[in-house]
Design a protein around this ligand. Structure first.
Ligand code: FMN
Length: 187
């Protein structure tokens, strides 16, 4: 049976992708248990290389820990990421290299734990957008300091963080993106 490709998008996923923005101001209201559960599903169903799922996701609501995270910048004034302290929830992706596994397979010679973590966190940010939550990626941190704050086990790595919360009134800025002609190369 011939497959037909309908040019009309079947879901509004592209709209959600365009709607997501870096939210850096949150209401103090906690993220509901229901919403946290849905975010957990979003990371759970993400793909990962060889399905190794080489990570855990810390859902952090403790105010002191969130304050320490906001000050763990690698260089420059702490105030660069001071806004983080307003987030009611931070999700931290903690991962571990799976070098042995990937070498063993002889198919891929790279370690993919950071890629895997980024995929899962992107799923989280898009599902959060759909739920009316704001998010912002946080990668500007001192890795060793962050490891101590999050009590990361030896051999594990604090890969990337995401602030999550209900947005305070903050008009999303117009998005600046490369033109398609600069971005896409047809070969
Ligand atoms: C991997 C990564 C790390 C980031 N780290 C930070 C950060 O530490 N602090 C911050 O304020 N924004 C951070 N951002 C947000 C970017 O500045 C933002 O995504 C970019 O300017 C595009 O804006 P938009 O998210 O509103 O579309 C990070 C984004 C990514 C993808």
């Amino acid at each position: 049976m011939a497959t037909t490709h309908n040019s009309t998008p079947r879901s509004n996923i592209l709209e959600i992708i365009k709607k997501r923005y870096s939210c850096r101001k949150y209401l103090p209201e906690p993220v509901s248990e229901e919403h946290q559960g849905i975010l957990a599903q979003a990371v759970r169903w993400a793909p990962s290389a060889c399905n190794r799922q080489p990570y855990n996701f810390l859902f952090i609501t403790d105010r002191d820990t969130i304050g320490a995270i906001s000050r763990a910048v690698p260089t420059g004034p702490e105030s660069i990421n001071a806004w983080i302290a307003t987030a009611p929830l931070i999700v931290a992706a903690v991962g571990r290299p799976e070098l042995f596994w990937h070498k063993l397979t002889q198919v891929i010679d790279k370690d993919y734990h950071r890629t895997d973590a980024a995929i899962a966190m992107d799923h989280l940010s898009l599902v959060a957008t759909e739920l009316g939550l704001g998010t912002c990626w946080v990668g500007w941190f001192h890795r060793r300091k962050m490891g101590q704050i999050l009590d990361v086990a030896r051999g594990d790595e604090a890969i990337i963080l995401m602030t999550v919360g209900y947005p305070d009134k903050e008009a999303p800025r117009a998005k600046q993106r490369k033109e398609l002609s600069e971005l896409i190369v047809n070969k």
